[in-house]
Design a protein around this ligand. Sequence first.
Ligand SMILES: [Zn+2]
Length: 261
Amino acid sequence: MIEEVMQKISEAEIILIGIGEEFEIKKEDIINNQRYSGVIDKCENDKQIIPYIEKSFYEKSNEECILQRKNCYMQLEELIRDKNYFIVSLCMDGLIHTADFNENRIVEPCGSFKMLQCSDKCTSDLYDIDTAFSKQIDEFIDGSIKGEDLICPVCPKCGKPLVFNNILAENYAEEGYLEKWQLYTKWLQGTVNRNLCILELGVGMRFPTVIRWPFEKVAYFNQKASFIRVHSKLYQVAEEIKDKSIKIQASPLDFLKELSN
Ligand SMILES: [Zn+2]
């Protein structure tokens, strides 16, 4: 099976990759971490701080779950770096950016923990996190300052709290990814009847209209496409494309590790 996958990838002119929820860092990974769970407990009275703690976990901790994903992304990048590729990812942890992928070939429709937006979406403007505030968060995690001393960023236009620009925002500003999405749809138009390999990694049913269903459709309409679906449970493929598909029941993390061996 692995050899067959390697062959499909090496033969392909173009590669479309979907990365799904099985790839993402789980809430439990943070909660089970002694250091971070202690910090999160301290946010009881100010839940607004919790996403900043999560961001710190993604960016600064060296836990196994983080290293494992960074490695997987690195291996994937090595595998496809000479190809014409595009990646659609549902993950919000931002770990994909630790590998050397071309940033103009990644779209994250669910957003991430990189930019901030107005919680009311009074404007669709996005904001960077103030470095002084990031430093305060580090100090809070270290225990050198208290939660009540943290002044969370607010919208410069209406004064409402800023939140991360991702689907967890009540009024998600989708403008954060639309430019990349346009690049993606344009790129996709150029794949018609070319030798395309679609590789779907751990994409379940959380947002099937973003990757899972449209990817099956692309595979169906492209005569020269091959389709590889890797998922620990939902690895089945639609009847119409089964002849051009390889389905693999595995965790995408284990699969990539095996692929690079
Ligand atoms: Zn506002």
